[in-house]
Ligand binder design. Structure first.
Ligand code: 5CU
Ligand code: ZN
Length: 388
């Protein structure tokens, strides 16, 4: 009997890992509205304030001054900007290769007049950092989506020529109207033609009111991060699906953050709602052949054009991801430098990284070919990470 296939490489690859280069932090320090970086008396590190859900706490801290016992946002430690720290984190967790990306909210808030230049600088900086550790670092580039379309197209042409670039990281706002905006189709086409992957990542969450009046004072970031982020991703992809984006751009390949939000769990329900919607049926009939193409199953899209990261922290969620997209489309990630250990040495192991690795082992079996695939060999193949 033939021996089971053993992967030729057992490399561990982190496809979900961020940085804010120093130039980006400088931009955040000059800002007066979120996203911003602000120092508070009594807080050892400057604070990084990103989310709409953090504005109330920011305003309170500004009013209370040094008497605030709980500064807003999260500490901006050296993990966010230092390449040395990234390599230290990788070495601590046995990560051979990281595909780094600018963290949210990317270039979404920049003025159109400056976003093209800043995108070029930031992407060149990621490229330079990768060149310092050949074979260990690759990156997903950021796009200047607030700029005119020709500037966005130029940015795609710029990054496709960068040796270590393997894709682009996108939020859910697109050109301002979301990812089902027909005006975004040429951008998706250019990305697909450049053989780049889209890493789709949330930032905006859900409106603050859904968290209730106690959230800001009592619940920290838990609700927006645990629930708002995944729902945002789910809604964005459902809108793309309903608009037929995946059919219109068949070469589009999208890696969804946080194992696709809740998409693996809700895909059947989406499918059923589509199947039973009279209005949608009429709209699709009106559009004839294009409408028929848009009837492609959500499951087909998940198995043909979607990849999922394994940043879900539990075997239950991971199992849903495996069943939705297939074990060959799932890739390990950490979300470093977010979720550092609290009240522990941040130079040692991080639970946010080990929980995701443990979930892979528990779901697929330690030492199995499937676990090795999710931990790294899938990413090596999908993102062409072999050699330098
Ligand atoms: O902790 C957070 O706010 C975040 C964030 O903003 N982005 C991310 O990727 N993970 C956690
Ligand atoms: Zn992330």
């Amino acid at each position: 009997m033939a021996a089971p296939a053993v992967p030729t490489s057992r490399k561990v690859v982190d496809v979900h890992t961020h940085m804010y280069p120093p130039e980006y932090v400088k931009i955040l320090k000059r800002r007066t509205t979120i996203p911003l970086v602000r120092s508070f008396p009594g807080a050892p590190d400057p604070r990084l304030i990103l989310l709409a859900a953090e504005v109330e706490a920011l305003e309170k801290a500004e009013k209370d001054g040094s008497s605030s016992s709980s500064p807003p946002g999260r500490p901006l430690t050296r993990h966010y900007s230092s390449l040395e720290q990234k390599i230290h984190f990788m070495n601590t967790h046995g990560i051979d290769i990281s595909v780094v990306s600018l963290a949210n909210p990317w270039l979404d808030f920049l003025d159109a007049s400056e976003s093209g230049r800043i995108a070029k600088d930031i992407n060149s900086e990621f490229s330079r950092m990768c060149g310092e550790h050949p074979g260990r670092l690759y990156f997903f580039a950021a796009l200047p989506l607030t700029a005119p379309l020709n500037t966005v197209q130029e940015a795609i042409q710029h990054v496709r020529g960068l040796k270590y670039c393997r894709g682009v990281i996108l939020g859910t706002s697109g050109l301002g109207q979301g990812l089902d905006d027909p005006d975004l189709l040429p951008v998706f086409e250019a990305i697909a033609n450049a053989d780049l992957l889209v890493f789709l990542h949330p930032h905006y969450g859900l409106p603050n009111q859904v968290w209730g009046p106690r959230a800001a004072a009592d619940y920290g970031h838990v609700l927006p991060l645990a629930l708002g982020f995944p729902m945002e991703t789910t809604i964005a992809v459902a809108r793309m699906y309903l608009a037929g984006v995946f059919d219109k751009v068949r070469g589009l390949r999208v890696l969804l953050a946080h194992s696709g939000g809740t998409l693996p769990f809700l895909a059947g329900r989406i499918e059923s709602c589509v199947m039973h919607d009279e209005h949608l049926l009429r709209v699709r009939r009106k559009h004839g052949a294009a409408g028929a193409a848009a009837c492609r199953s959500v499951w087909d899209v998940l198995r043909q054009q979607v990849y999922l990261d394994a940043v879900i922290y539990s075997p239950v969620g991971l199992q849903a991801a495996v069943e939705a997209s297939g074990v060959d489309r799932l890739m390990y990630g950490t979300d470093h430098p977010f979720f550092p250990p609290l009240e522990k040495d941040d130079q040692g192991p991080w639970e946010s990284a080990t929980l995701n690795a443990d979930a892979v082992m528990e779901t697929l079996g330690k030492g199995s070919a499937e676990a090795a695939a999710v931990m790294g060999t899938n990413a090596v193949k999908i993102l062409r990470l072999q050699g330098e």
